[in-house]
Write a new protein. Structure first.
Length: 581
């Protein structure tokens, strides 16, 4: 094997970085870049939190409110926008946990049905665990989206039986076989072998043994800036990657060794996203690594995956340093039709933007794009979405400290912090907005997961946010102006019905934008599977769909301000204005 100069430099930097680290979460002590002169351009999207009037008022239960003992109490959880009853409106799923000192507070995860009038009602669901993340996908191709929940302990597969969920974890062959619990973190459905049904990748954050983890402050890995805090992840053994092959009949077979992922180690794995990064027709998996290199599991097309994160420039930053990878946004910031990655990190470091060359090789574009002006917050759920429908995808991320008990001694690092928008200026530059994007963005919470979608079917992107030991936030986008948009709903036939792994390149005027259907993204969360594109002033668009397996279809004359359904092999089968009941 011949090593490139870039790879040699990166490997050397990585070894030096690990050797020099003092312990605890990866934080490089980066100083923020100077902010440039504000553009003065109006931002037409304004976000307000309407969770309470919408009926989303029950608080998440997740670890100690003020004092915490273990990292498990602060490293979740996820939310989902998905249409579980097939009525065309996005419903809500919220991962719940428990509290060590009050185990009786373990509560079921929360499922809410969209009433189609801006409000939600609690729907019956009896499933509980110390939850982390959620992924969705139609595992039996019956037209109903199923749920997979990762947990500290036994993960859960919940089958959607026409709007009612049944736990089929044991029947599906997904029961864990060891006494000490695994720590499930990221998970994603994907069709790894292009046979038309959904397989499953699950990653573990670390190998957690409560009897062996030191208490806060008891080792170098249990201190942060001189303050005793919970231990980890450094100093604790990293987790592993699991691959489950769908054998049909609602059965999965554990095939990690055969798929080549069982041997992958050394990463504290968080969010997992399945997309075709190198445009070869085979769905790959990208995993954010906390305080360790992120992973790119490239699908060889031969039933195996090979880890190529460092070689492809997406495991570390441009300095060859690992970062505290949390959440992942997927989109096309520079409108070249290729899928770029936005990954969030710890405070005293920049979040990172990776530009894709179209062949699955990436460049760190963080400083050049202007993201280096922000290093104050711990970033979590994230997206690349056009928030103001001007045809230019923006960045959104939520924030929140992991240490509720350290704020008194470190007032410069508050526990609750605002959300953040980086609006796309269209010249390769991003401009940060907080208060300018509305009270829902400026509000301070300790947030984790975030789901992005159009819950009220009004043609813009709203945000559902998981807040630790609080109710969720529902950030309604009150977008002014008359900019156009389009949404694409993809339905697989030979490909999996959920179309997970499918990519779209949308042409509108002189612009071309890429997006993909995912099972999990952001941080442990699920976005609206309908792909949203702002069009600016354009009234029509054309789309090329790249289905898993490599088949391409192009459809043209797509009308603005419509939801367009494209079925594999049939083209456009439905055009409808949203909001119609």
């Amino acid at each position: 094997m011949v090593l490139s100069r870039r790879l040699i430099f990166t490997l050397a930097a990585l070894v030096c970085a690990w050797a020099a680290l003092p312990g605890q979460i990866s934080s490089r002590g980066v100083k923020a870049q100077p902010r440039g002169k504000p553009s003065g351009m109006p931002f037409l999207a304004k976000f307000s939190d309407v969770a309470a009037p919408a009926g989303l008022t029950e608080a998440v239960v997740y670890g100690g409110v003020q004092n915490i003992t273990y990292l498990t109490e602060t490293s979740g959880g996820g939310v989902a926008f998905f249409d579980f009853d097939n009525d065309g409106w996005q419903d809500v799923f919220v991962v719940n946990g428990e509290r060590l000192e009050e185990p009786s507070l373990r509560r079921s995860h929360m499922l809410y049905r969209n009433r189609r009038d801006g409000t939600f009602e609690r729907s019956e669901l009896q499933s509980s665990c110390w939850g982390m993340g959620v992924a969705t996908g139609d595992v039996d191709n019956d037209g109903w989206e199923d749920l997979f929940v990762t947990c500290l302990g036994q993960n859960r597969l919940l089958r959607n039986e026409q709007g009612r969920f049944t736990d089929i974890t044991e029947k599906a062959g997904l029961m864990q076989k060891r006494a000490r619990p695994y720590w499930g973190s990221g998970a994603t459905f994907l069709d790894g072998d292009n046979d038309g049904d959904l397989d499953l990748v699950v990653v573990n954050y670390l190998d957690f043994d409560a009897d062996r983890v030191p208490k806060p402050g008891k080792s170098a890995n249990c201190n942060w800036k001189g303050v005793p805090v919970v231990c980890g992840p450094r100093g604790l053994p990293p987790g592993r990657v699991w691959y489950y092959e769908n054998k049909g009949g609602l059965r999965f077979e554990e095939a990690s060794e055969r798929a080549g992922v069982a041997k992958i180690s050394g990463t504290y794995a968080m969010t997992a996203v399945a997309v075709d990064v190198d445009a070869d027709g085979w769905t790959d998996v990208y995993v954010a690594g906390d305080s360790s290199p992120s992973l790119l599991l490239r699908n060889t097309g031969k039933g195996t995956f090979v880890e190529e994160g460092i070689e492809r420039g997406i495991a570390l930053n441009d300095d060859g340093m690992e970062q505290a990878g949390m959440g992942i946004g997927i989109g096309d910031v520079n409108l070249d039709g290729h899928l770029d990655f936005f990954k969030t990190h710890f405070s005293d470091d920049t979040n990172i933007l990776y530009r894709n060359d179209g062949k699955g090789n990436f460049r760190d574009d963080t400083i050049a794009s202007g993201l280096g002006v922000e290093t104050r917050f711990v970033g979590w759920g994230a997206s690349i979405d056009d928030l103001d429908n001007d045809g230019l995808p923006d960045l959104f991320f939520v924030t929140g400290s992991v240490y509720p008990d350290s704020e008194g001694k470190l007032p410069a690092y508050p526990y609750k912090t605002p959300r953040s928008v980086f609006r796309n200026l269209g010249n390769g530059k991003m401009e940060q907005l907080i208060a300018e994007a509305g009270a829902g963005v400026a509000a301070a919470h300790s947030s984790r997961g975030a789901a992005f979608g159009d819950y009220d079917n009004d043609g813009d992107v709203d945000v559902l946010v998981w807040n630790r030991n609080e109710p969720v936030s529902l950030l309604r986008n009150d977008l002014s102006g008359d900019r156009k948009w389009i949404k694409l709903k993809l339905v697989g036939t030979k490909a999996n019905r959920s179309a997970i792994g499918a990519r779209v390149a949308l042409q509108y005027g002189s612009r071309k934008q890429g997006k993909a259907v995912t099972s999990q993204a952001s941080f442990y969360s699920v976005n609206d599977s309908r792909l949203h594109f702002g069009l600016g002033a354009e009234t029509t668009a054309s789309a090329t769909v790249y289905w898993p397996g490599g088949k391409q279809e192009t459809v043209s004359g797509l009308p603005a301000n419509h939801l367009v359904t494209i079925r594999e092999g049939e083209g456009v089968v439905k055009k409808e204005p949203l909001g119609a009941k």
